[in-house]
Write a protein that binds this ligand. Sequence first.
Ligand SMILES: N[C@@H](CCC(=O)N[C@@H](CS)C(=O)NCC(=O)O)C(=O)O
Length: 203
Amino acid sequence: MKLYFTPGTCALADHIVLTWIGTPFETQKVPREERQQPWFLKLNPAGQVPVLEDDGWLLTQNGAILNYLADTFPESKLGGDGTPKARAEINRWLAFVNSDVHPAFKPLFGEANYLEDPALIDKAKDNARQKLRKLFERLDGQLAGRDFVVGARSIVDPYLFVTLRWAKGQNVDLSGLDNLARFMQRMNDDAGVKKALAEQEAA
Ligand SMILES: N[C@@H](CCC(=O)N[C@@H](CS)C(=O)NCC(=O)O)C(=O)O
């Protein structure tokens, strides 16, 4: 398997999951400016990471990639304990992170620049921060009494970890969200997380 990634992006979630699984895999860094180059657009016409290549087969969309990894390596239990309900809980929170939390960052990552007016852009960014605060409050509530989002470690946790790193970098107010703070610490202390981060930094 080969993972195409840009350091610090949502592809870090897949990098951590592959590391947790312990299967051999290759990585290829795709610098930000290369994502619109023809060679990369052949892999993903959307010009986005992550892309996973498995025996010449290309898979895009983070939710699909994370589920594919969980299904390919069921012994990892990162897709639950095999029951439909456990998997549905994982997919409920994976969708929350992938479809609600992740896109809410877009104004902070330049999507509001078309407004051209710096005051309006700042307004859009502040609005995004407020929306994100509410989304993270829900995740903080879900983490009450749980070490990981659904209790046991799963494919959701690395994705949430990535978005928390972005939140810190973009000054989203996470004050008082103690369950999230404990989760972040647990992830930062994790050997697999440290390994994936170090590999991305060195790439
Ligand atoms: N819906 C896609 C979104 C992926 C995505 O937004 N990737 C970002 C990095 S976190 C990216 O490559 N952005 C570059 C771009 O959109 O041009 C997925 O879930 O995989």
